[in-house]
Design a protein around this ligand. Structure first.
Ligand SMILES: Nc1nc2c(ncn2[C@@H]2O[C@H](COP(=O)(O)OP(=O)(O)O)[C@@H](O)[C@H]2O)c(=O)[nH]1
Ligand SMILES: [Mg+2]
Ligand SMILES: [Zn+2]
Length: 304
């Protein structure tokens, strides 16, 4: 008997089951227990954005996962509940759309650095979307460390989803691309998604009403197609973002702004923390490196 296999993209992942599309029809794909058991280093073996091969089991009348193709890239953190496994939030993305509110909840630059390190590891371009600019005064906006971050080649978008302000550049950028929206809960991910394509959330809320769930609460990561072209992966808010399988040396690599001064460190493997003769520490005293960036670095290194 000939088995016909198909290659599809993962849209959503639930316990033991994948949601996908085949010939424009939504399908469910079972993840065999053997695959889950053989890949215990990861929460679900597959993640949103993965390309997978499936077949139709005629006896069981359902689609079954055969294998996952290699990923181009991924954004992952340590699983908040089981620290020895990885929570891969999404894979095969063009942009990390880092949605952070300037206020309510307040901006946390260390969290931003954790994401930047992770994105840099896979050379994923970051769109830093700083939302709720309507809640800040001009003076407060002027004191933000934006020049420091612009120097890192990060694209910064100051936006207000409430006032529909600052989205023109962003809309152009994400057209026809795959963008992962991630950040703390309450930052405005769903509101922004709704602005980009109002039909998306309407669909979501219909499903939610059936479950009696909160209308705007994002419970699972989901790839949605924008009507004007492009894809957004909407993900639930993260409380914290612990770096996945990284050493001090790995973290150091991603602080490019320290590089020119690290040449003056006495030791090549200087951690820039406890050493006496350290070019990076001297540069901080001379205001050549942002103290904010250095403090984030120290906190992140001491947390691993
Ligand atoms: N003042 C203000 N509030 C906003 C803005 N964007 C979103 N909100 C509010 O922030 C809350 C959380 O938004 P939501 O989109 O659910 O955040 P998510 O958890 O990241 O998806 C909601 O009450 C929104 O109305 C904004 O630009 N300005
Ligand atoms: Mg949401
Ligand atoms: Zn040093």
């Amino acid at each position: 008997m000939k088995i016909e296999n198909n290659i599809v993209k993962v849209i959503e992942v639930h316990r033991g089951e994948i949601i996908s599309y085949l010939n424009n029809k939504k399908i469910k794909v079972k993840i065999p227990r053997s695959l889950l058991n053989n890949h215990k280093e990861e929460r679900n073996y597959v993640t949103v954005g993965d390309k997978i091969e499936i077949y139709f089991d005629k006896k069981a009348k359902r689609y079954i996962l055969l294998k996952r193709f290699d990923r181009f890239n991924q954004i992952s953190r340590k699983d908040p509940f089981l620290s020895h496994i990885s929570h891969v939030i999404a894979s095969n993305i063009d942009y990390l759309g880092l949605v952070i509110s300037l206020k309510n909840p307040d901006i946390n630059w260390e969290l931003i650095d954790r994401y930047l390190i992770t994105a840099d590891k896979y050379e994923i371009d970051v769109l830093l979307i700083l939302n709720k600019v309507d809640l800040l005064t001009k003076e407060e906006i002027n004191t933000l460390p934006l020049p420091t971050y612009k120097n890192l080649d990060i694209e910064i978008n100051l936006v207000s989803a409430k006032s529909n302000l600052g989205f023109d550049d962003l809309k152009n950028k994400i057209k026809d691309k795959v963008t992962l929206f991630s950040g703390p809960s309450g930052a405005g991910k769903s509101t922004i998604l709704n602005l980009l394509d109002p039909t998306v959330l309407q669909k979501t809320s219909l499903v939610s009403q059936k479950d009696n769930r909160g209308r705007h609460t994002t419970r699972s990561t989901k790839l949605v197609t924008l009507k004007d072209g492009g894809f957004i992966i909407d993900s639930p808010g993260v409380q914290d973002f612990s770096l996945d399988k990284m050493t001090t040396e790995d973290i150091k690599k991603h602080y490019n702004d320290f590089y020119p001064y690290a040449e003056n460190c006495k030791y090549k493997n200087c951690s820039h923390i406890n050493e006496n003769i350290c070019g990076v520490k001297t540069a901080i005293k001379n205001d050549l490196i942002s103290e904010l960036r250095y403090n984030n670095y120290k906190n992140i290194v001491s947390s691993i």
